[in-house]
Design a binder for this molecule. Sequence first.
Ligand code: DON
Length: 568
Amino acid sequence: MFKRLISVVRHAKKYLLIIVFTLPASVWAQTTAEGAQGAVSSRSMLASQVGLDIMKQGGNAVDAAVAMGFALAVTYPSAGNLGGGGFMMLHTEAGEVLALDFRETAPGTAAENMFLDDSGSVIAGMSTETHLAAGIPGSVAGLLEALNKHGTFSREKVLAPAIKLAEEGFPLPSDIATQFSKHQDKFKKYAGSARSFIKKNKTYQAGEIWKQPDLALTLKLIAAQGRDGFYKGKVADLIVAEMEKGNGRISHNDLLSYEPVWRKPIHGTYRSFEIWGMPPPSSGGILVQQILNMLEPFVLDKSRRNQDETLHLMIEAERRAYADRAEYLGDSDFYPVPIERLIDKTYAKQRFSDFDVQKASNSDEIGPGAWPEESRETTHYSVMDAKGNAVSVTTTLNTAYGNKIVVDGAGFLLNNEMDDFSIKPGFANTYGLLGNKANAIAPNKRMLSSMSPTIVTLNGQPFLATGSPGGSTIITTTLQVLINVVDHNMTLASAVKSPRFHHQWKPNKVFYEPGALSEAQLSVLRSKNHVGIIPSPWKIGDANSVIKRKRGFISVSDPRSMGGALAY
Ligand code: DON
């Protein structure tokens, strides 16, 4: 459909707007699809189309996921990326479940106090809006590692669709055009960003063809040379030159030494299902399992959905798990994270022994600035094929468009992931998350993440691939999708659509989406001493998921945003 659209547009530019606005909505977004051969779900219809096409050409779910990762860097620039990082959970057709960490890494010259002034105070904006905010990008190395080990297609073949989209352009969806306009003042500050996002001093309009020639060149170098096309040579020179313009610290040596890491997945059970999640440097897998462990002794079946006691129970479990996160979690290569203890069912029992059915426990209020004004963007995509491969990937630049700095000449944005470190003990990051020594900055350390790409298996087979963006709310979003499917027996579409709520220990607040808590439930929660129950300023999460049912694959893209669920 899009290919046709692009060629029509090229020949009849003046009719563009008419064409775009009369296109069926399904060109821009599709929330569900079913098929027996394979299924994909992502935040970008174009990227989903790329993944589906790869599988239709005989590629497996890994080939599709890698192609989608590169395509998202072109079609969904606020979070899809070459200059960021992420995590991939993978169920192989041989029945193994693997976890690939391609998180960004602090540069070799990073220092614990690098975002503090001489008096030890945090310098506002330094860990989010500067060259110094960028960690060493991991996505290119990570995607290529997944392809090398578990893909079947060549690098050139999986990169071809992304190159084409960058080179020939595509009609800009309205939500992305709005974002370009929103961030234009920041983009104008950097030559590379202005070249990518601003056209002759104006922002692009919805439906206009948006091309990214510099990004196309970078992608071609990666296709031709593999990781060396990014971490060495021209692109590496451009990254280092960009760093020099703004006192950034990523060096040639940092780029050369970046490595993705295969890690032991967090593995636990919940009722009759096995849950596989991401270990540190993400907190996602541990927290999801820890909360599930605390909930498991309680009956949460369909009849308990949205009941006051269920909400109270979930909030209390979340409070305790996030408190542990702040104290114990960080990059386990640098800090002894007590992983086994945290995901142990006996520990959950003990940790939850002070749970009071009648009353909320108390997390002290924290100061202002705990909840972000910054718009938040990360992206999750899921893929399954009929051979038994399932892939669940969450990737990000951290906040929307990362540090907003496009590497001049290379056409991709840099992340601002350094803010995910605890830049000072007790100082809340963009998502209001606190941390301590475990997540302090150190050279070559990876900052703690909440990203929770998850694979659920049943009787040894992939059952569900899910995950979400949303900073600290990633974990509670993923959890709610799981509980909705496993306990409340909901269809995947309803499980994903269902309004969400979130508690993260500190700030001591319950954030909820419209419809998540009724007036009656609000008063019950207040009567149990829950404080700070407020409507979330954001839609919570964007859980693009795929499930395997008896009749085949069902893919669902979260209706909170314009994404693409496709299957065949
Ligand atoms: O790794 C993390 O936890 C964050 N950098 C994720 C940021 C995020 O989800 C923003 N998006 N909505």
